[in-house]
Write a protein that binds this ligand. Structure first.
Ligand SMILES: [Zn+2]
Length: 185
């Protein structure tokens, strides 16, 4: 147990965040008080907060994706059992084959984004992969059947269907700038 000097309440050690710089290895204030202080500081120092987030995203992109997913999982009540090491950012988007960019200015089309294969299963090992922000935004929460129906409809109205394997490879190759022989499927 440890007493928080801010709220004066004695709490279990698990209620205190870690800090390697202190003698106890824990933050001085409890999680509630620390988070409140951080929120107030963030509101009063918006530019500094944005710069800090940008540095974090650049220095530890996998960890950043993991931490952001953890917050979403808590907000939406989704299972969350992945550890930072489960998040692997590939060189290219596995959907479009485009190079994944590491932008300092928030989410771009080719920013890495953590996808849940089956959204309702949450962030659990075997149900996640890093794809581009654009691929994830397009996928959103649609089912495979809905995507198939969408493709069929798009093919019908544009007169460009049915999709052949060659069309898929051509599209992939155009997006990635690679020749078809280099396409890994
Ligand atoms: Zn406290």
């Amino acid at each position: 147990m440890k007493r928080c000097p801010k709220c004066g309440i004695e709490k279990p050690r698990s209620e205190f965040g870690r800090d390697q710089r202190t003698k106890t290895g824990l933050l001085c204030y409890c999680r509630d008080c620390h988070n409140l202080r951080c929120r107030i500081w963030g509101k009063e120092n918006r530019t500094a907060k944005a710069a800090m987030a940008s540095r974090y995203r650049t220095a530890r992109p996998e960890h950043y994706l993991w931490a952001a997913a953890k917050i979403r999982a808590e907000r939406w009540g989704l299972p969350f059992t992945i550890v930072p090491a489960d998040v692997v950012i590939p060189l290219v988007c596995p959907v479009f084959g485009t190079l994944l960019a590491r932008s300092k200015r928030g989410q771009l089309a080719n920013s890495p984004s953590l996808d849940r294969f089956v959204p309702e299963l949450g962030y659990v090992p075997g149900n996640i992969a890093v794809i581009s922000h654009r691929a994830n935004a397009l996928k959103f929460n649609a089912s495979l059947e809905e995507h198939r129906a969408l493709v069929l409809w798009m093919e019908k109205v544009t007169g460009k269907g049915p999709t052949r394997r060659r069309d898929v490879l051509d599209g992939w190759s155009r997006l990635s700038g690679c020749s078809i022989s280099a396409v890994p499927f």
